[in-house]
Design a protein around this ligand. Structure first.
Ligand code: DQA
Length: 150
């Protein structure tokens, strides 16, 4: 079964308890279960990973690129958290790995502080889902599935 990589960056391991008024009360484990279920409905296997470390996220994007080239991975659903607004390394990783990436944000970053309005990932993303809570991950899986269907 082809895979879809569900990648979460820094602090997203705290989902459920961190600022629930902004990010909701669903935990990361619950989000990942939701992604696995939805992916399976579309004939995909969701591989779920989270790291607080930028280099680890870079390595996983590279791996996804290799898997994508081999026809085993349709792409990446990626919430890079705060690295979205700072990371040239993640921008370059996505560009270099040449793998379709859907950028996801649980909150509507454009209604928030100005430093969250800038994304280093958007220019190299296949698509973007912002502001629909954790349901954004489901929308991103569907978008990726449609966009990469043969
Ligand atoms: C976030 C938005 C980012 O600005 C923030 O740093 C996060 C979560 C979101 O999902 O809304 O950690 O990516």
């Amino acid at each position: 079964m082809p895979t879809v990589l569900i990648l979460n960056g820094p602090n997203l391991n705290l989902l459920g308890t961190r600022r629930p008024e902004v990010y909701g009360s669903t935990t990361l484990a619950e989000v990942e279960a939701l992604c696995r279920e939805e992916a399976e409905r579309l004939g995909l296997e969701a591989v779920c990973r989270q790291s607080n470390h930028e280099g680890q996220l870079v390595d996983w994007i590279h791996e996804a690129g290799v898997e994508h080239k081999a026809g085993r991975c349709v792409g990446v659903v990626f919430n890079a958290g705060a690295y979205t607004h700072t990371s040239v390394a993640l921008h370059d990783a996505i560009e270099g790995a040449d793998v379709p990436v859907v950028e996801v944000h649980i909150s509507n970053v454009h209604r928030r502080e100005e430093f969250r309005h800038r994304s280093y990932l958007s220019p190299v993303a296949r698509g973007i889902v912002v502001g629909f809570g954790v349901y954004g991950y489901v929308l991103a899986i569907h978008g990726l599935h449609q966009a990469t269907r043969p």
